[in-house]
Design a protein around this ligand. Structure first.
Ligand SMILES: [Zn+2]
Length: 259
């Protein structure tokens, strides 16, 4: 079944976000047959502005030594170090982020921030993008929340919901240091977040802040960002180990347990 631009637009209109900025995460496969440009156009026509993570993990380096309890095994990725690429403004989005962020990044009116690992791209969200710094990589999420932004999960679940990382940081959860190659030098990047595999445990707590619509077989969920952040912070304060994954060898989740 092909999902048309009309299907998408009428679906998104039902979410009632035409006056709101959104941070979107998407799996196109969930929609059956649809192209990314059509989804992006429909989003732009039914919201105030769109931002997406355009992360670039291939810039990352793993040093021989570094700070303790940093959720990493130092010196374990010599191969990756050899193939690491210096960040530049036109660097494609990591393929694991999906197709839509790359289409957004290449859109003629899109802007992109310049963090060498955790850049964001967006349209009509310049002030939000400009809030990012090397020392506050998730600042755009905070500015989005302050401006009644919403999280849009298009055929994906909370395991890819970047905004939960912002709430983890706000709740005082340990953040990590990573290193990225740029054309000038190796840059130390603080504030690298933990693992998101266990994030779906938040879904039931967000029930009353979530709007849903089905488009072409894909479940589209919209969650008010401010409420999401409050709910996650509260949950972590009640249980410091909540939302961690169950993999015993997960270095970042274990670092949270040991912190
Ligand atoms: Zn984990």
């Amino acid at each position: 079944m092909t999902v048309s631009d009309t299907d998408l637009k009428s679906g998104f209109v039902k979410l009632g976000l035409n006056q709101n900025y959104v941070i979107a995460h998407a799996s196109l496969k969930a929609f059956g047959s649809v192209d990314a440009e059509t989804i992006l156009t429909a989003l732009l026509e039914t919201t105030r502005g769109v931002i997406m993570p355009t992360f670039t993990y291939k810039t990352m380096l793993n040093p021989e030594v570094g700070p303790a309890n940093n959720g990493i095994t130092y010196g374990s990725q010599a191969d990756l170090n050899n193939t690491a690429e210096a960040f530049h403004a036109d660097m494609p989005v990591d393929s694991m982020m999906g197709v839509l962020p790359e289409v957004l990044r290449k859109h003629p009116t899109a802007k992109r921030s310049s963090h060498p690992i955790q850049s964001f791209a967006g349209i009509n969200v310049d002030a939000i993008l400009n809030s990012q710094s090397l020392f506050n990589s998730l600042a755009p999420i905070g500015v989005l929340a302050d401006n009644d932004g919403w999280v849009l999960l298009l055929g994906v679940d909370h395991a890819v919901n970047t905004s939960i990382h912002y709430a983890e940081k706000l709740a005082g959860r340990i953040q990590f240091i990573r290193w990225a190659l740029t054309r000038e030098r190796v840059v130390e990047c603080p504030g690298f977040p933990g693992d998101s595999e266990g994030f779906n445990a938040i879904a039931s707590d967000l029930e009353k802040y979530t709007r849903r619509v089905e488009i072409g077989g894909a479940l589209v969920q919209a969650v008010q960002l401010k409420s999401l952040i409050n709910v996650v912070v509260q949950k972590i304060r009640e249980d410091p180990f909540t939302l961690l994954c169950s993999r015993q060898d997960c270095e970042r989740c274990n670092a949270v347990r040991w912190s």
